[in-house]
Design a protein around this ligand. Structure first.
Ligand SMILES: [Zn+2]
Length: 94
């Protein structure tokens, strides 16, 4: 199984606002909305100590391969669903 999703630590990423490296620090959730976002584990709240930027950064990167696989599985599921429906229709009408 190839790795299609990988975790990263946005804390080592550059600040989206001032583009400084190593300036991001984990920030505490201030309200319910932020607590909810944090609870999904997909995003973490960060604050930049250089420019004061505060926001969410994704902890998971979805690669283009993952998107392609997702659509492929979706197509397979759709086709098999249609085939099953046709078979059932035949069984029900005869
Ligand atoms: Zn910054």
């Amino acid at each position: 199984m190839k790795q299609i999703l990988f975790l990263r630590d946005p804390g080592y990423a550059k600040c989206p606002s001032c583009k400084n490296f190593n300036s991001l620090h984990r920030s505490r959730a201030r309200d319910l909305k932020e607590k909810f976002i944090k609870a999904t584990k997909l995003y973490k709240i960060y604050r930049c100590k250089s420019c004061g930027w505060r926001g969410y950064l994704a902890t998971i990167i979805i690669t283009t391969k993952a998107v392609k696989l997702f659509f492929m599985y979706g197509a397979v599921a759709l086709i098999s669903g249609l085939i099953i429906r046709e078979i059932l229709k035949r069984f029900l009408t005869t």
